[in-house]
Design a protein around this ligand. Structure first.
Ligand SMILES: Cc1ncc(COP(=O)(O)O)c(C=O)c1O
Length: 292
């Protein structure tokens, strides 16, 4: 049995009891950034990469972080210890903090750090094995000159609109196109396809978050000899893919069974299965109990 906790103002409280003022601009305006980090065998996975991205996102929105990496690491370690289970999920959230009504960030003197530990089960186990159904949403990914998708901000409404479309169709997830009609990413994950024995994924410049899992999978593909290419993908590429899967911290690797009602040829396919096992091996190697 596990329970969720929150570290706030240096105290750890059960998540259900954690409270912040309603004047926080994270709540009022989605003004803030966050990271989702999994831990395995009691060890945070790819933490350096997550802390780096948190700092990049914060810098991009002119939010200065008064906490050192080692302070953030300590918070995470404390929460993993109280969680009581070796596997789970950390949500590191930094908001602009409290301020008067009105969006001006300059009126918020002190950012707020909220750190949560919980389970995260985005997809039922059965579907992780058999594959999920996705649709291509009509809601386009925000163009980089409006809100750069590389910034992992607290404002997910763009993705939520796409997810509402998926829900309406009875699908499990939506993939979003960029303003040119090319594949960008899922609502909370990156997209890969296999075509003619090559692994393909859209470049980040197509309008995706620079996914940490995405980058790991591209590296693992190289290690196991699967040719992998970042390239523009059109809707037709997804509709005619030999394999399709999604990656993300929450998602891990999820095979896709249908795209817009069209059956993907192989699900889960051999490339997915190979990478899934390389991913598991990588976790085992890098998150051992004695690996401090
Ligand atoms: C919009 C979006 N794309 C992609 C991803 C996957 O990124 P990562 O592998 O770093 O978790 C996420 C994860 O939160 C996301 O929110």
């Amino acid at each position: 049995m596990t329970s969720a906790f929150c570290l706030l103002d240096d105290s750890i409280v059960p998540l259900a009891e954690a409270r912040i003022p309603v004047t926080d601009h994270g709540l009022l305006y989605g003004d803030g950034v966050f990271e989702g980090i999994r831990f395995y065998h009691g060890q945070p996975f790819l933490l350096d990469e997550h802390l780096r991205r948190l700092r990049d996102s914060a810098q991009a929105i002119s939010l200065s972080l008064p906490w050192s990496d080692s302070a953030l690491r300590d918070s995470i370690t404390r929460l993993i210890e109280v969680f009581g289970h070796g596997e789970g999920y950390i949500r590191l959230i930094v908001t602009r903090g409290d301020g008067p009504l009105g969006i001006d960030p300059a009126a918020c003197p002190k950012p707020r750090l909220i750190t949560i530990v919980d389970e995260l089960n985005m997809i039922a186990e059965e579907k992780r094995r058999t594959g999920i159904d996705i649709v291509i949403a009509s809601t386009r990914r925000m163009p980089p000159d409006s809100l750069d998708p590389r910034i992992k901000s607290l404002n997910y409404l763009n993705a939520i609109l796409a997810r509402i479309e998926a829900n309406r169709c009875g699908a499990d997830e939506a993939v979003m196109l960029n303003h040119q009609g090319l594949i960008a990413e899922g609502t909370a994950d990156n997209v890969f396809i296999v075509s003619q024995d090559r692994l393909l994924t859209p470049p980040v410049s197509a309008g995706a978050l620079a996914g940490i899992t995405r980058r790991l999978i591209m590296g693992l593909a190289k290690d196991v000899g699967i040719p992998c290419l970042e390239t523009d993908l059109a809707v037709c590429d997804l509709h005619s893919a030999d394999e399709c899967f999604l990656t993300g911290t929450g998602a891990e690797l999820i095979p896709v069974r249908h795209v817009d009602g069209r059956a993907v040829r192989r699900c889960p396919g051999p490339v997915f299965t190979r990478l899934q096992s390389a991913f598991r091996d990588y976790i085992t190697k890098h998150c051992q109990e004695d690996n401090t």
